[in-house]
Design a protein around this ligand. Structure first.
Ligand SMILES: [Mn+2]
Length: 409
């Protein structure tokens, strides 16, 4: 009827029978003391674990400070996600003059897509994918220990260029104006390289058009090296256009428009990794030739190998200024599933990185670059595509650091 009482009595009996004594004084314990002692020794007793005291080393290892010391804090998964934990700089403001040489800039824009949407989230996804890159651990085994974040160039994350989500043409103008503003900045190390250079994270491939427009004032026509499974020189009459001017500008026509506007070199542009369906038996390829492009198809890599591909590009480009545009769909979907218009049978991430490194080693004069069409919503839990985008940007950064540029005289 009163089980609790029964228990108490029993405990008292136990205390009495075992004649518990105080450990220090050896005096017998009272019933109350014995009871408290019994509870404290059971699984219900208070434990005095002090995890903090027992695990804090007397001196914090220096390697921890090396990590924690850099701007937005801690290991790769800590802090606000700038690209590779670089300092955030508002590069459109004149206050940023002489503070950087190379900027990573986002174009959150996807109003020009023909299939899966969502590349407006690409800049955000690329920064997330680049979390394990950082200046404090940036010495690259693949580049004989060069750290492109801590070489001669000051590298920053310029944030994104905001653009209207409701009007494609307005958005494209905003992107162009933003890029022109950043391009007009005075570089920090002008004696090494005479102009600031940008690596843009897309955004769908339409953004290459405002970027090329913005570059033209400084560099004139440039040789576009276009890593992409598609041609993107489609005549607007063939792809989307023919109805409104608005519809003419999209991620499959921007290189055609760039050619019409005189932004491209005459015959030094190249497609690399091409594989796609055509809208016409002859017209697309003839028009592509007219726009000044050569081509190395995706499957040619098996016969040519990396070195011959690099050599063909170097022979074609010569000493022209190069703009590098990497559509992430150049990679096989196994390596980059998260993109808008996927085409099986592409190159591996390693092949792409090695080709880019080859072009860098050949000293091609890179004046700007983009990595586009990353659409994070289609990525997997391992962030395969986002991490690839981060590493491609890192590889391009190596190229810009390795090859400083002089402005045309
Ligand atoms: Mn493309």
């Amino acid at each position: 009827m009163f089980p609790q009482l029964f228990v108490l009595l029993s405990l008292a009996e136990i205390a009495f029978a075992t004649q518990l004594v105080d450990k220090d004084t050896q005096k017998p314990l009272s019933e109350a003391e014995a009871f408290s002692n019994f509870i404290s020794k059971s699984i219900f007793g208070r434990r005095n674990f002090n995890l903090r005291q027992s695990h804090v080393p007397e001196t914090v290892p220096p390697s921890f400070f090396a990590y924690a010391g850099f701007d937005n804090g801690g290991f790769g998964y800590n802090g606000i996600a700038t690209f590779a934990h670089l300092p955030y700089t508002i590069c459109t403001k004149s206050e940023s003059d002489k503070t950087f040489d190379i900027g990573i800039v986002g174009h959150p824009f996807d109003l020009g897509v023909s299939y899966r949407p969502g590349a407006r989230f690409g800049p955000n996804g690329a920064r997330q994918g680049a979390r394990r890159l950082s200046p404090v651990a940036g010495w690259d085994l693949g580049h004989n220990g060069v750290n492109p974040f801590r070489d001669w160039a000051s590298v920053v994350d310029c944030g994104d260029i905001s653009n209207a989500p409701f009007d494609k043409m307005e958005a494209i103008h905003e992107l162009e104006a933003g890029m022109k503003s950043i391009n007009s900045r005075t570089p920090k190390n002008m004696s090494v390289s005479e102009a600031v250079r940008l690596i843009t994270i897309g955004g769908d491939h339409t953004i290459t058009l405002p970027i090329l427009r913005a570059l033209h004032a400084t560099w004139g026509p440039v040789a576009v090296l276009h890593f992409d499974s598609h041609l993107d020189t489609w005549d607007p009459k063939q792809l989307g256009g023919g109805v409104t001017k608005y519809a003419e500008v999209n991620h499959g026509t921007m290189l055609h428009i760039a050619h019409e506007e005189g932004l491209l070199s005459n015959n030094s542009n190249m497609h690399l990794g091409s594989r796609c369906g055509l809208l016409d038996e002859h017209y697309d390829l003839n028009n592509d030739l007219r726009c000044g492009f050569g081509m190395i198809r995706a499957r040619e890599i098996d016969k040519l190998g990396i070195d011959k591909i690099v050599q063909k590009v170097v022979d074609r480009v010569g000493d022209k200024y190069v703009y590098l545009s990497v559509d992430i769909d150049v990679l096989d979907p196994a390596f980059a599933p998260a993109t808008g218009t996927i085409e099986p049978g592409g190159w591996t991430t390693r092949e792409l990185l090695t080709i880019i490194q080859g072009l860098s080693s050949a000293g091609l004069k890179i004046v700007g670059s983009d990595v586009v069409e990353f659409t994070p919503i289609y990525d997997n839990a391992a962030e395969t595509t986002g991490i690839a985008v981060g590493d491609i940007v890192y590889e391009i950064l190596h190229w810009m650091v390795q090859v400083p540029v002089k402005k045309p005289s």
